[in-house]
Design a protein around this ligand. Sequence first.
Ligand code: PLP
Length: 421
Amino acid sequence: MKTPFVTKELVQEIVKKYPTPFHIYDEKGIRENARKLKEAFSWNKGFKEFFAVKATPNPYILQILKEEGCGVDCASIQELYLAEAVGMKEGDIMFSSNETPAGEFAKARELGGYINLDDITLIDFLDKECGIPETVFCRFNPGGFYNVSNDIMDNPGDSKYGMTRHQIADAYRRLMMLGAKNFGIHAFLCSGALTNDYYPMLARDLFKLAVELHEETGADIRYINLSGGIGIPYRPGIKPCDIMKIGEGVRAAYEEIIEPAGMEVAIFTELGRFMLAPYGHLICKAIHEKHIYKEYIGVDACAANLMRPAMYGAYHHLTVLGKEDAECDHRYDVVGNLCENNDKFAIDRDLPRIDIGDYICIHDTGAHGFSMGYNYNGMLRSAELLLKEDGSVQLIRRAETAHDYFATLDVCPMMKNINYK
Ligand SMILES: *Cc1c(COP(=O)(O)O)cnc(C)c1O
């Protein structure tokens, strides 16, 4: 069972002010989860989570996480502007970009962010642009396949990120020559991991690498960035990760590898999905039904509001609000209005009978949901709302209007005299 954090009654109240579709986030859930993560790694002196901004790039969300002691992980200058807006300070920003355009490293440094280099060739690029900072991170790619407990988790050998084992040693040597004093290692080898073993395995590998690189190059390695990748159970019946167990697993590896080497490192994370996905819903309304070779329910949201099902075939659980306890004796495809046949939030899903006007809650949209939105077919981005701890609802981003959609056509006189509805 998956229980929404909103009820039909609350949604009926909300739509009087903010019509569907909208994304809504649960402040209480976000805070409690962030505190649990902090507790799981409280054994590590310098531990810090840098929330992956791309998952939910809204300043109100970043502000909540900041209050819980999190920093942010950015990969573009726009994400840096968001970090600046919420007042992220020296040491609160991790800039884990790749194929970095000119000017972005300089902005990250101006804000006191850590620079995480994706490639060895970026050293000279960084040096020319804004000099080499005292602390530099390098992103590692071990190549091959990445296995956790005999399961292939991902294929780093086929991924564009990071440096090879040989390059990362050379990178540290060169960075030291150019004045860098402290180093971090970063790796992101698997996304959406549902096993408690991923972080401990990755930590073990990176701790070993840190000890080796220290011996080989003399580099003073102070930080291990485990990046993102902890998954959440999108399907009901799947066990969520146990963050306390994960923290303990990383601790065991630390005591086994880092402590005997006489080293001390701070653990950093860049979680996105784990921090936000369960604490967001996309709320939409059934507006049409269609009976052809299959039974369809048309809703007022579409893949432009939540791309994951269309893009990855991702499962998102649906709850028909007010029918939580009704029998799932109907089988539907629940679809949006894009002229794209993959615009389906659910395919052959057993649900209670859906009536026109029913509100449907699409679960686990808090990360990589709104943010992956787009404007195909002239579709507009929805509003984002925050369900606050005191039960009130705050608009944290208004819905796009036709004026927003056409704003960049201000070069075109033909667009001037249209009266948008
Ligand atoms: C996307 C991303 C993350 C967050 O990944 P999740 O799977 O959401 O935890 C963290 N770090 C980097 C560099 C990323 O690109």
